[in-house]
Design a protein around this ligand. Structure first.
Ligand SMILES: [Zn+2]
Length: 706
């Protein structure tokens, strides 16, 4: 065979990658049904191996972290497919509720528009169109990375089947007594006008003033005087000796912000006598801790601050003032003029909750929201973990997971945003004392029922992702592929996503949704810093691949990247693996120049030192892939190809191109292509076409690993 023309030039990744991906995609072999249909001998009786891919948010382009995510999954998927398993890597994308709406709101802001005042349907349509354009970009970028995903099963969280399934789950949970409607303290962002779950808030350290005011016989310390205007309960610890002259329930009159007022003393052992003066007034509507005390003792609750952060009617002459700024100053001024300011510490450091998107101070608000009772659900999930049904690749994450499950907090699943799956609930006399609700897909008879305008927290739908993508529990795909084998995702999702999927899996399907949990670290820039838009150090995997080739990028993301650790990515590192790709190309040229098909019938039973050496390396690579130690497998591969096969085997055989040696050379090189393929699919598949007849879908993709 004469040397194909292409080897007379250096390897051109850009030309090859799109051609190879099309060749593989068009074969249909990313779809496990086609594996069985086209290669029944290999696949018909084999097991399925499934990994549901985390849906990237359909609101922007991919970054290096996404590329890492796709690469890890694709390497393992390609390896399992070659081993003979019916592999399903199931792709999808997430509408990403609040995340996407925030991105879209910024776009509106730039255009001088605002979502407030926009018609709901119109806003939904605009975000839908925006998301769809992005979704296409994201999909094409994932394909560039070489993802051997089954696109025929691609799922979007707003597909009709997902929406109806998610709503059904809510109805079922309500029937099972796991959903309640409750007035409870919620994290409220006054900029975004929505409640947020705890994981959607950040903690921020601030330096502020800590005031002490005189209230009757008590001294009250606070860093938020503006919330104290309508307080009427003073709470102390029952054992605090300083306050023995007051019994629980005693009342007294005292001068306060709006004039003379009556106060009631409450004794509660949740109060820390060491903090401040050991006495505090409570604001149940605007503090979770105070709410718990008020609920326990059946106390009145008053809304002092509205949804926009301004004082309500109950603040009298202060009504309408912005609470945290002018409102606070005004309250301090009034109390000092009355001689009630005892002390102030202007260097008081404290931690406050802020919106994770806009850093607005979270103002707790009592709101009627839908909650999921978490206790029994978390208990089952904890049990599954303790029974060893979940295999965390880095064990540190098991502790995190179990801690979460031991301390469950009821989950607020209502969001006051348009962009999401609507809650199948209906109200009569909403907002009044006679309010009633009904849960179901259609409204009950009578035209007084109105639809709940809230949407589900996005994690309520993505928590059901492994089940939703397989068509829910009554579908063929579900029976065939559930439970899945691997969940591979970013380690930041150990809180937001992984526990919820385990809970929904156990609740809806009575089985954990996946066995192995591989949480990867973050892709960092070359200086080891987190990539962020504001720092301007975000690396586009597509730009890197344009310059150095996708195979080189995939290797750079994997080598040196132990599970769970962060990985620095630099142009230099990617460039180094470009050299490795070229090396493989040059080796291919040498092998093709010196061997042909006649050298293919190598007898593997013959003793040969080079073949023996290779077997050992392959054994190690296989073992490390089985244990998800991809960084070790890729390193071994690199060392072998460069420093053993090229430096030793080729150099030796060059000196004696006997028929026997040619066979060894060719046999080992084809083996190299097989073990290298999962890591560098493009260049290997391209070279493979010069070593095998690739018609009839005899692609490297489906060659036997063993
Ligand atoms: Zn916000």
């Amino acid at each position: 065979m004469s040397l194909p023309e292409k080897y007379k030039k250096p390897y051109e990744s850009k030309d090859v990658e799109s051609v190879v991906y099309k060749r593989e995609l068009n074969s249909g072999l990313f779809n496990p049904d086609m594996l069985v249909q086209k290669f029944p001998k290999k696949y018909a009786d084999s097991k399925t191996w499934t990994s549901i891919t985390p849906p990237p948010n359909a609101n922007g382009r991919l970054h290096a972290g996404h590329a890492l995510d796709v690469t890890l999954k694709d390497i393992i998927g390609r390896y399992k497919r070659m081993q003979g398993l019916q592999v399903l890597l199931l792709p999808g994308s997430d509408h990403a509720g609040f995340e996407t709406q925030v991105v879209y709101e910024k776009k509106l802001e730039k255009e001088g528009r605002s979502r407030f005042g926009m018609d709901r349907a119109e806003l939904y349509k605009e975000i839908y169109d925006f998301t769809h354009v992005n979704k296409e970009t994201v999909t094409s970028e994932i394909k560039r990375i070489g993802a051997s995903y089954d696109w025929s099963r691609d799922t979007f969280t707003l597909d009709a089947k997902v929406v109806s399934g998610v709503q059904k789950t809510f109805i079922k949970m309500h029937e099972d007594g796991l959903i309640y409607r409750g007035k409870r303290d919620c994290n409220w962002c006054s900029k975004h006008q929505t409640s947020l779950s705890d994981v959607e808030t950040d903690k921020k350290e601030v330096v502020t003033t800590f005031y002490t005011f005189k209230l009757g016989d008590f001294n009250i310390a606070t860093s938020r005087p503006e919330t104290k205007i309508t307080d009427k309960y003073v709470v102390v610890h029952p054992d605090d000796n300083r306050y023995t002259s007051y019994k629980h329930g005693d009342t007294f009159e005292a001068e306060w912000v709006l004039g003379k007022s009556t106060f009631t003393v409450i004794k509660d052992d949740s109060i820390d006598p060491e903090f401040g003066t050991g006495a505090m007034t409570i604001t149940p509507w605007h503090s979770g801790i105070d709410f718990a005390i008020a609920k326990k003792h059946g106390l009145d609750m008053v809304q002092l601050i509205d949804d926009y952060g301004k004082f309500t009617d109950v603040a009298g002459e202060l009504k309408g003032l912005k609470a945290t700024t002018v409102g606070r100053a005004k309250v301090v001024e009034i109390l000092s003029e009355k001689g009630l300011l005892v002390d102030k510490d202007e260097n008081y450091k404290t931690i406050v909750p802020v919106c994770y998107k806009c850093e607005t101070l979270i103002e707790p608000q009592l709101k009627d929201q839908w909650f999921v009772k978490m206790e029994s659900l978390a208990e089952i999930a904890l049990q599954a973990s303790q029974d060893g049904k979940l295999n965390f690749i880095s064990d540190q994450y098991r502790k995190t997971f179990e801690h979460w499950m031991k301390n469950p907090i009821d989950w607020n699943i209502s969001r006051q945003i348009v962009w999401g799956i609507s809650i199948p609930a209906w109200f009569k006399n909403k907002g009044t004392d006679t309010e009633e609700f009904y849960i179901g897909n259609t409204a009950p008879k009578g035209n007084e029922w109105i639809k709940d305008e809230d949407t589900f927290d996005t994690w309520f739908s993505s928590g059901q992702w492994p089940i939703a993508t397989l068509g829910f529990t009554d579908s063929d795909d579900f029976n065939r592929f559930y439970p899945t084998q691997l969940m591979e995702t970013g380690r930041d999702l150990i809180f937001k996503w992984v526990p919820r999927m385990v809970i929904f899996g156990l609740y809806l399907a009575r089985e954990v949704p996946f066995k192995d949990i591989y949480l990867h670290g973050m892709a960092l820039d070359s200086k080891g810093q987190k990539m962020s838009k504001s720092k301007g150090n975000v690396m586009s995997p597509i730009d890197l691949a344009d310059e150095f080739g996708m195979d080189a990028l995939r290797m750079a993301l994997i080598v040196g990247n132990a599970p769970g650790n962060d990985i620095p990515v630099s142009n230099e590192k990617v460039k180094a693996y470009k050299k490795f790709v070229n090396k493989l190309w040059n080796i291919a040229r040498f092998v093709l120049e010196n061997t042909n098909e006649e050298d293919d019938n190598f007898d593997t039973t013959i003793d040969n030192i080079h073949v023996e050496n290779f077997k050992k390396v392959k054994y190690e690579i296989t073992k490390n892939l089985d244990n998800y130690q991809l960084h070790l497998a890729s390193e071994e591969l690199y060392q072998y190809v460069w420093h053993e096969y090229a430096d030793v085997v080729i150099e030796e055989i060059k000196k004696d191109l006997s028929s026997e040696n040619k066979k060894v050379l060719r046999y080992l090189f084809k083996q190299i292509l097989i073990v290298t393929h999962p890591f560098m699919p493009f260049v290997t598949e391209e070279i493979w076409s010069d070593f095998a007849d690739v018609s009839k879908d005899n692609l490297l993709l489906v060659q036997d690993w063993e």
